[in-house]
Write a protein that binds this ligand. Structure first.
Ligand code: NAD
Ligand code: MG
Length: 379
């Protein structure tokens, strides 16, 4: 840390979620280094109230607020951008779920802040705009996603020209060993039964369909500027090796650790430095015993394949892929679509909308809306 006497201000968008609450656990161990500038949540006023009482932020926003809300809180969709632009915030942890986080990511970068990015959907939707905003305003984008945190640590300042391949690991999710036919009929309980990570419901379903891994390939492409034909995915069921980088001399560097999001959250806050921290169980190689790797069963996970194709196609296709998936997952969670309906919805949206022209953020929002309403009408 550059100045140990002044704690850095951190704003957390999505403070009540899985990542948001993990971040506050991490920050509670480093109160001398970090303070909370802003907190936002969607509707959990009770938990947000507890967090406000403990951390006394400068700004509190509840999207779904309004009457009965404590005095001094802001409400409405705008709270994300307001919280992301707070003068007292040095770091904005974007931990909301879904492409709704895009404008806040852009606003924080435009204000020259560090964005600790958990909200991968905003980068998938607006990758080119987000990276351009970061460059233009000297904002900084530091990944929270464990695979991308691993890659950042493996790269350790090397130039893109030193890199031959990124190798992103995937747990394989709960259907890794299921027969292909059975996966389409999986129930919500099956999909929410993740083998190694405990996360919010949307990303847990994305991990079961491997959409999460396609989103992560697109995320890596934008974050690290590596072309798609040099990003590979390998299944690693133990989730200990968080990802690897192969360099041009053939040497491969991997980053390992127990599967806890507190480690990449801490690194995104302290980067490029490291902080002493004993909050997470230590890695024990003898206890881990065996680390295994296998190829992705691409044919069993059609959404994964379509996501990679959308990434390669570029333009609005990644935004359409992401929005169709968000809408389909919402319907799967509501019980109005089967698990097999998710790839059908993505396919329909990409066929109808995937080759629209990308022309600024308005064209992305249009494509996002069109994909959602198309999926809404699907039977
Ligand atoms: P979650 O569902 O547990 O929490 C989401 C948070 O966002 C909540 O605080 C909620 O109030 C807020 N939110 C939801 N919808 C909103 C909206 N429309 N407007 C404003 N706020 C809204 O989700 P999570 O698992 O913490 O995931 C958050 C993000 O982090 C996602 O993009 C996910 O892909 C990413 N991520 C999560 C994990 C993990 O381990 N949970 C790992 C890597 C990346
Ligand atoms: Mg991840």
């Amino acid at each position: 840390m550059t100045n140990a006497t002044t704690p850095r201000g951190v704003t957390i968008l999505g403070a009540t979620g899985s990542i948001g609450t993990a971040a506050l656990r991490v920050m509670a161990r480093h109160r001398d280094l970090f303070r909370v500038s802003g907190l936002t949540a969607h509707s959990n006023a009770a938990l947000l109230g507890e967090q406000v009482a403990e951390w006394r932020p400068d700004f509190t926003g509840l999207v779904n607020g309004g009457q009965g809300m404590p005095a001094g809180w802001a409400s409405g969709e705008e709270v994300l951008v307001q919280a992301a632009s707070l003068p007292s915030a040095d770091i904005v942890l974007n931990a909301v779920v879904g492409s709704t986080g895009l404008e806040a990511t852009l606003a924080a970068l435009q204000a020259g802040k560090r964005v600790a990015l958990a909200n991968k959907e905003s980068l998938v939707m607006g990758g080119e705009l987000v990276m351009a905003a970061a460059r233009r305003n000297h904002g900084e984008l530091v990944p929270v996603d464990s695979e991308h945190s691993a890659i950042l640590q493996c790269l350790a300042g090397r130039q893109p020209s030193d890199v031959r391949r990124l190798i992103i690991t995937a747990s394989g999710g709960p259907f890794r060993t299921w027969p292909t036919q059975r996966i389409a009929e999986a129930t919500l309980a099956d999909a929410l039964n993740h083998p190694t990570w405990s996360m919010g419901r949307k990303i847990t379903v994305d991990s079961a369909s491997l959409v999460n891994k396609a989103l992560e390939v697109i995320e890596a492409h934008f974050l690290f500027g590596v072309p798609y034909d040099r990003i590979e995915v390998v299944v690693h069921p133990q989730s200990i090796v968080h990802s690897m980088v192969e360099f041009i001399d053939g040497s491969v560097v991997a980053q390992l650790g127990v599967p806890s999001m507190e480690l990449p959250i801490l690194y995104a806050l302290s980067y490029p430095e490291r902080l002493e921290d004993d909050g997470v169980a230590r890695f024990d190689p003898v206890a881990a015993a065996s680390l295994t790797f296998e190829a992705v069963r691409t044919d069993a996970f059609p959404s994964f394949k379509m996501g990679l194709e959308a990434g390669r196609a570029g333009g609005v296709a990644p935004a359409v892929f992401n929005a169709a998936n968000e809408a389909a997952v919402q319907r799967f969670l509501d019980g109005s679509l089967t698990f097999g309906g998710i790839p059908r919805a993505i396919d329909a949206a990409l066929s109808a909308l995937g080759d629209r022209k990308l022309d600024g953020i308005a064209s992305l929002r249009d494509a996002d809306r069109a994909a959602r309403s198309l999926v809404q009408e699907l039977v």
